[in-house]
Design a protein around this ligand. Sequence first.
Ligand code: GRF
Length: 198
Amino acid sequence: MLSIVVLISGGGSNLRALLEAAADAEYPARIVAVGSDNDAPGLEYAEAFGIPSFTVVPTAFADRASWGDELLAQVESWSPDLVVCAGFMRILPPRFVAALSPNLINTHPALLPAFPGAHAVRDALAAGVAETGVTVHIVDEGVDTGPILVQRVVPVLEGDTEFELHERIKTVERDLLVQAVLDIANNRIALTSRASSA
Ligand code: GRF
């Protein structure tokens, strides 16, 4: 049984999808805790499912490194097999990444390496691409640069707003993330620094 800590910053619909999947006894992973960098609305899903949560707010620390050290201490106190960033909107400091990667993954609303960073959906729209998508990847020291585990294409429709496109992406993303965690738990995806899938 894979134990997971999920990190969020916002609404938490990806977290909710994982919580719902993990509620099925057949799903070989369980969420042991949820962490956030703020009082994120998605923390309500952790509460609803009876999962402990913790919040580590960057402004409470002198610098990013000390924030990251506290976040790492909180995460490691749960001894997770895997940490999943699901809408976690902070760049993780080197000590955090070094301690956890490659058992540290992120979901990103674009087909990396295209459109990295915090505005991937807006950037894809601005670029006028006909299709974008979602990527689940291992987190390394870069910004959305770690080894790619799985991707799925999502069409861009005429007249899409950023919100409409992101919602379409999220419907695919939630299924892809639940499947990716399942495949990791079943060793169909091996988490190595070079990301190979069986
Ligand atoms: C997701 O699309 C994630 O890839 C991006 O922000 C969104 C978070 O959505 N970084 P939610 O909080 O899981 O609903």
